[in-house]
Design a protein around this ligand. Structure first.
Ligand code: ADE
Length: 353
């Protein structure tokens, strides 16, 4: 197994002294994602086309001695939008300030963060589709002309004050590009979708993480975990921790294909990477609604999950895997869903796609 050379040596050392399998390391768990985040394009696996475009944009910006254009990343959660923003900051040699739209509720939140920026810095706003109207209005002149337009006084005496800001780059991330307002979307110079990862790419992510965490894993072991990671590095990295627990307690510590598969079976992650929530959702549509269509709110109430979580977290992969379809009348399953869940007969043939 090849371990990809990493730029994060001190993190590696920290983690190797503090193995992942120790249950008491809660603080460590919180920082886990940060510790294994790649810091350079070389160590960032996958999203090849996007990386190539970004490298060119970065080089051009450096040659012009200007900040990078504002960037918007969209796509399902866990595909590395924040990580990529960090890589860009590293490559530009600038600081990055990370926040998310729900924490920019009051005008002073966004004004404060904009005024704290220094020339060339990157402001990363996660879940940017959740920005409120007032915050958006403040952001427009900041993005376009690098100014803050502030109003003082009341009615007849109202005055507008233009405060210059240093030139900065806004990187917005969203799982719901469609919910972004047109004017905000138009102010991003570069807009990119992040794609699900292939099994090979995920196996590389897993081997890299295993290297950092000092976990022994075979190539087949990495592929076995990759197969059940729903095309998502965040899931792959979570699964390797869980499987490594099993490997240590039940086996000799090494993750082989058999160890990975039997651990994931115990964890009830099936060979499509579906967990109990996904299976309950699909089974509900099959058993109670004859394969669908059925509305998202009905599904959410029946399985006791939040509709938004279903839409943002469960559905993107189920749609991409061809196990679910969104229609104007609600969600439907496919013949593949029946087969995957072990149902012999496809009931309502006409309703299938
Ligand atoms: N960890 C999470 N995402 C990653 C990626 N794209 N490349 C390498 N390691 C990762």
């Amino acid at each position: 197994m090849s371990i990809i050379a990493d730029d994060n040596d001190f993190q590696k050392e920290k983690i190797q002294k503090n193995p992942v399998i120790k249950a008491e390391t809660i603080e460590f768990d919180k920082n886990f994602e940060n510790c294994i985040r790649p810091k350079s394009f070389e160590n960032y696996i996958g999203q090849s086309a996007l990386k190539e475009t970004l490298k060119i944009s970065i080089e051009a910006a450096k040659k012009r001695e200007l900040p990078l254009d504002h960037l918007l990343f969209y796509g399902p959660p866990g595909l590395g939008k924040t990580t990529l923003a960090g890589v860009i900051a590293e490559q530009m040699g600038v600081e990055i300030k990370i926040t998310s739209a729900p924490s920019l509720e009051r005008p002073r939140d966004i004004i404060g963060i904009l005024m704290s920026l220094k020339g060339g810095e990157i402001l990363f706003i996660d879940e940017i589709h959740r920005l409120n109207k007032v915050a958006e209005e403040i952001l427009y002149p900041a993005m376009e002309d690098f100014v803050l337009d502030m109003t003082t006084g009341k009615s007849q005496t109202v005055k507008t004050l233009r405060i210059p800001l240093p030139k900065f780059t806004l990187i917005g991330a969203t799982t719901k590009a469609g919910e972004l307002s047109g004017p905000l979307r138009d102010r991003f110079g570069i807009i990119h979708r992040l794609e699900f990862y292939t099994e090979d790419e995920l196996a590389q992510v897993i081997s890299r993480t295993a290297g950092i965490l000092n976990i022994e894993i075979t190539e087949e072991g990495a592929h076995a975990i990759a197969k059940r990671s729903r095309g998502t590095p965040r899931i792959a990295n979570r699964l390797i921790k869980r499987v490594s627990d099993f490997a240590l307690v039940k086996y000799d510590g090494k993750i082989t294909k058999d160890v990975a598969n039997s651990s994931l079976d115990v964890l009830k992650i099936d060979n499509f990477g579906l967990d109990n929530t996904d299976r309950n959702l699909l089974k509900l549509i099959i058993e109670k609604y004859d394969g669908g269509p059925v509305g998202i709110e009905t599904i959410a109430a029946a399985i006791g999950e939040d509709a938004r979580t279903i839409e943002d977290v469960c559905e993107p992969y189920l749609l991409q895997a061809g196990l679910l379809q969104r229609t104007p009348r609600g969600r439907k399953v496919s013949p593949a869903t029946y087969r995957h869940l072990g149902y012999k007969t496809v009931q309502n043939q006409q309703s299938l796609f």
